[in-house]
Design a protein. Structure first.
Length: 155
């Protein structure tokens, strides 16, 4: 089976886990910041989720750009690399973690001093990580996603 995730080399699983952890870092910073700001400012749940998504994409792209800029890419090329490397991964993570946050009864209404809010957020990010690793593995095995980043610096 040419190109199937099942036929991918064993190292690609480690690469996918590392790529997903990298993506999760940016997503988590943006997601948590967006949720905390939205709740602190009393935004409607929809606005809070939207803010979280925007910030997750912004931080995810920024973290990738930081690495490729350090490797010497010009800004315009770094933006292209970040978009190619992270868009699908961030999208999948955001769909999963925000779906969890919206569907856990009371999670978005629990408040910043609630264990329910933080447990739901931590669980949503953990689930997003687990479900995004195979997506990243599939993309990397096809030379897409974080494979694009690896062409520009020494991983």
């Amino acid at each position: 089976m040419h190109g199937s995730a099942a036929a991918a080399p064993a190292g690609s699983c480690r690469t996918a886990v590392r790529a997903t952890l990298h993506c999760l870092t940016g997503c988590a910073v943006g997601e948590v910041l967006g949720m905390v700001l939205g709740m602190a400012f009393g935004l409607h749940n929809g606005a809070t989720v939207a803010l979280s998504v925007v910030l997750a994409f912004a931080f995810g792209y920024a973290f990738t750009m930081r690495g490729v800029l350090r490797a010497g890419l010009p800004v315009r090329q770094a933006v292209k690399v970040a978009l190619a490397a992270d868009s699908v991964s961030i999208l999948v993570m955001e769909l999963i973690d925000n779906t969890v946050m919206v569907t856990v009864p009371g999670a978005l209404d629990a408040g910043l001093d609630s264990a329910l809010f933080y447990a739901s957020l931590a669980g949503s990010l953990a689930l997003a990580f687990v479900l995004t690793v195979p997506v990243n593995r599939w993309m990397i095995s096809r030379g897409r996603g974080h494979a694009v980043v690896h062409a520009h610096h020494g991983h």
